[in-house]
Design a protein around this ligand. Sequence first.
Ligand code: SF4
Ligand code: SF4
Length: 680
Amino acid sequence: MTDGAAPALQLDDLKVAYRVRGKDRPVLRGISLTIGRGESYGLVGESGCGKSTTALAVVGYLPSNGRVISGSIRVAGREVVGLEGNALRRLRAKDLSMVYQNPGQALNPSIRIGDQVAEVFRIGGAQHADALRRAQQALGKVQIADPGSVMTRYPHQLSGGMQQRVVIAMALASDPALLILDEPTTSLDATIEAEVLDLIQHLQQEFHSSVLFISHNLGVIAKMCERVGVLYAGRLVEEGPVQAVLNEPRHPYTVGLLRCVPRGGVRKDRGRLDTIPGFMASIEEQLPPCVFADRCALAQEICRTEEPPMHWVTKDHGSRCHFHEKAQDLPRVMSSELGKPLIVDRAVTPLLKVDDLAKRFNQHGRQITALAGVSGAIWPGETLGLVGESGSGKTTFAQTLLGLVSPSRGTVELNGRVLPPRLFDRTQTDVRVLQIVFQNPDSALNRRHSVRRILRRALKKLAGITGATADKRLVELTGAVRLAQRYLNVRPNQLSGGLKQRVAIARAFAGEPRLVICDEPTSSLDVSVQAAILNLLVELQAERKVAYLFISHDLGVVRYISDRIAVLYLGRLMEVGPAEVVFGAPHHPYTEALLSAVPTIDGGGRDRIKLAGEIPSAAAPPTGCVFHTRCHRFLGKICEEVEPPLVEVEAGHQMSCHIPLEELRRLQSEPREVATGEAL
Ligand code: SF4
Ligand code: SF4
């Protein structure tokens, strides 16, 4: 029996182990936490800290080699450790719901949406017709505009944001005592993420749901949660009200995590990001009494002999650190001082120049305009950040530069020379000079080869270097990307995500490129690893004067690394300008909306601008200004009928909007917009 007055979730000294190589390896080392009724609790920490294991233990889905060693898990007052069979199924059907990162995997691709949602009501005892009626109501509650039509569709016919709404509707259908959200918006665009987060907040208020929110994104946690717990190596090292923990952290790990995130307007020319030394311990490692001691710059002898108890700084803010009062004095790992700043000279011939670049595809008999005439330039040593939602044309633009896709119109010039459109027709030098680093390093690295072989092949292919010269260059190259020599003999799958990305960067740099396209290079990395990779890219740029086209959905990261920013929408440039100008007001209405969608650690971005609907199909782009169907500053007929040209509105700042710059400045001068832009 569940108890309506008991907390939604109570973990008491929960210990979970995975059996690996014949031994039980601790994954959760005594977690205690309580989530009250109607409360929203965030769990943060990097990969391997135990966030997902906590959720899986609660819903009874631990992998076959995992088991609860001791401790208790109570959902609405009912002990769930040891529940099996029907009792466990009833608990999952009635009291617990979980929403995962990838909504596509949670939905059955061969069953219509209506039947899938209705199934949840049928399990709860509803008759067929009643279940369908309630399914339609549930879809309406998650703000799906035309639930009747969505009921008849299959999952693949819905966008990622719509799929996640359906999954949330199913999760809430049983009115669960506890809703577990495991990175529910990580795979979504910022604007869609903001909508889904708003929806979850709204539903939480309506249903008074209790939520366990798991995320690596501290901004999302700041927006969504009242309290937060910071996990490290299976230990809850800090816990408290979200603003107290994020603004006044009392554990060195929390302090380190927060310093890794580019925010508060920090930029590459104003200081390096700090990182956390070392790596998260592997599951097989023996840990000292303070699980963070091996990576903590404040560690003393006592940290290796006595386990720190939870010290309560206030009645509800605790830190498991012997020296919690000194946590914020944690010495920086990276000196914030910079080397000589790299001055970008835009009076010289651009390194890369694109002129009226367009690409039309034929997809199932329909013409898709992925790029509609993009012009611009990148100079030696500069970083151009490229932002926009999925479907904006970012990837097609990068592929066209690389010659992987031939443009339908327009040219790409490198050092003043027009490049052949197809990679196949380009010279070895063209290939060497223009390289790419992907989001997923696995796609660039041959899993069967050692790191040494991968890099030697790249040196041979891109720089024509072999033999002893290659060995010498190999040492220089690995040194440049701060990759220890001992990794040369291992294969990529034996490396962590951050080390793999270093190998991928070394590979791209083997031929001394002049322009590297960085396609979401840090999106799949933890924040401490992301900070180290961003620092590395900045250092390589300063040393070698290499230019980057940096594609990312993370506007904080783009702001940190970019000299200039280009904003794409439906294959057209909406705005291009110096990073500080584009991020500060006045900016294009689309940029304004993108910036307001980002949840920030400092609590900005709460009053976001709601864009109507999702990005329209590139097969039938709107007339006039392509952004007019969603624009919150829409002027009327002129926006519907006349496409605004991309014009220079001030020195180095181009924009495509019918509203004059001064008018935009006035409109955007209200405190809300300034605050959201500045908070990043
Ligand atoms: S107890 Fe010691 S090692 Fe652990 S976090 Fe605190 S200072 Fe660092
Ligand atoms: S031209 Fe009109 S629709 Fe387009 S961004 Fe400007 S105000 Fe909005």
